[in-house]
Unconditional design. Structure first.
Length: 109
């Protein structure tokens, strides 16, 4: 097996593990809550952030624009930066739009 094939298989396996972990945590909300508040990352409340409803090619979603004086928005964006610009929290997928000043969110199906 070549080095490229090995790295490709390793990447695919890590993606499968990540997806399986997220699915497991979604089915066990108590564990997901502990995971999101274990001190490893910033804590934030998405309900304290202003969200606007939008509709795109893949259906409805919400966006939040830069809120420099909102500590929850700042903690959320730091959490997103810590997760390479996309993450799932409590069954909701969050991502940065280009420029990292606007955040999108959509409930996972």
């Amino acid at each position: 097996m070549s080095d490229v094939a090995f790295v490709t298989k390793l990447h695919e396996a890590s993606c499968m593990i990540k997806d399986a972990c997220e699915e497991y945590l979604e089915k066990h909300p108590t564990l997901a809550l502990l995971e999101s508040h274990n001190g490893d990352g910033p804590t934030w409340d998405p309900n304290k952030i202003k969200w606007a409803d939008k509709t795109g090619a893949n259906g409805p979603f919400q966006i939040a624009e830069l809120e420099p004086n909102n500590p929850d928005f700042q903690a959320m964006t730091q959490d997103l930066r810590d997760h390479n610009g996309k993450m799932t929290k409590e069954g909701v997928f969050y991502w940065f739009f280009t420029g990292a000043e606007t955040v999108g969110r959509k409930k996972k199906a």
